[in-house]
Design a protein around this ligand. Sequence first.
Ligand code: NAD
Length: 284
Amino acid sequence: MSAKILDGKKLSSQIKLKIFEEIKELKLKNITPGLAVIIVGEDKASKIYVRNKEKACQEVGIVSQKFELPETTSENEILELIKKLNTKEDIHGILVQLPLPKHIDENKIINLISKNKDVDGFHPYNLGNIMIGRESFVSCTPQGILELIKSENIAIAGKECVIVGSSNIVGKPMAMMMINNNATVTVCNIFTKDLESHCRRADILIVAVGKEKLITASMVKKGAVVIDVGINKNKDGHICRDVDFESVSKIAGYITPVPGGVGPMTIAILLQNTVLSAKEFYKF
Ligand code: NAD
């Protein structure tokens, strides 16, 4: 292997330590950041993600309140809960774990979350701010990726950045952030013709698709920075990646591992956003 590992676990621990110190200071002023976490249904992966987020909150001193709702919960019930949480003074962040059951309109739910408590950065207002490069809540996964890249002092301006996957929570905000950092950006999706030729041009290749080993060594430029966002279970129940780590790590300059790459960074940024929200609330 020649690629250097972009260690999200290590960087996220450093960020969490800073947050812990910051919250210690806030608590001296009787300020405790609070995060509400709403989970609907029985999706096993979602339950694991929520447990990891709660654990991270505990580590840094954020009070998390979990609302576990049955699969049969109506859209209205969730909307009513969000309305209440929007007005609660001890809640500074509201997170709705996605995906929601099919009978619930995710956009309607996200749109109702107060833009000032949207610590996931999914609200159209905050996504719009990314578009114009204005500071607000940043989408956690793209921001985590950006911080991981910057932690190694990797230059972004003028680089060819190819993003595979164009979701609202990863691909699109990532593209905007890379444009804001003056990269030349290409976004690929399932309809892209000749994905390989696009990927091979990338100095920075970010993959958020959810297909095991979609990216192989022949698709990667020598020395490229390769970020693997995918976390999936294959048919044997093993966690798998979008990038074929074995072969690509021999070609790439930098690569993220899964687990221990983007996942922990996403959570670290969520915590950062929650503290930011509490500080804004108390004008601290
Ligand atoms: P999504 O599932 O909403 O959409 C997938 C995207 O991939 C679409 O834009 C689709 O067009 C594209 N795509 C599918 N097949 C393709 C192909 N063969 N070639 C090119 N593009 C293709 O996306 P998402 O919600 O961003 O999730 C993507 C992956 O990232 C999933 O594995 C998810 O679990 C993971 N994820 C990880 C984190 C984290 O914190 N590590 C956060 C969010 C998502």
